[in-house]
Design a protein around this ligand. Structure first.
Ligand code: AMP
Ligand code: ZN
Length: 114
């Protein structure tokens, strides 16, 4: 999708601090971090939401989750615990409609979230 911000990060047209890449995914630091570790993991292919990705390619969704865990390991937050967030829809706070898993860690995280 030519007008999608995260497709432009995948193609290199928009810069990002990439921390990890796999065949199907790219992981980069969130520009407005909400925790000491705040990384976004996205599929290279454009899918708007987690549910649409699951329906189109369940294996790719699994790759996103595996990569998110590896980011947490690399960042040193996997043992203490981290949160994986997939905002879906405007009311839940989704602002970029290219599915992305937020990896949040490095501080205590309240439950339930706001
Ligand atoms: P969401 O609100 O779940 O759609 O998450 C979108 C996230 O993308 C937000 O946390 C933003 O801070 C982040 N974001 C927006 N633009 C960029 C960018 N150019 N590079 C990195 N992160 C971004
Ligand atoms: Zn996209």
């Amino acid at each position: 999708m030519t007008d999608c911000l995260f497709c432009k990060i995948v193609s290199g047209d928009v810069p990002a601090e990439i921390v990890r890449e796999s065949a199907g995914t790219v992981a980069f630091r969130d520009i407005n971090p909400q925790a000491p570790t705040h990384v976004l993991v996205i599929p290279r292919e454009h899918h708007p939401t987690a549910a649409e990705l699951a329906a189109a390619d369940a294996g790719l969704l699994a790759e996103v989750v595996r990569e998110a865990h590896q980011v947490a390991v690399d960042e040193g937050v996997a043992d203490g615990g981290y949160r994986l967030v997939l905002n879906t829809g405007a009311q839940a706070g989704q602002t970029v409609f290219h599915v992305h898993a937020h990896v949040l860690g490095g501080r205590g995280l309240n439950w339930p979230p706001g």
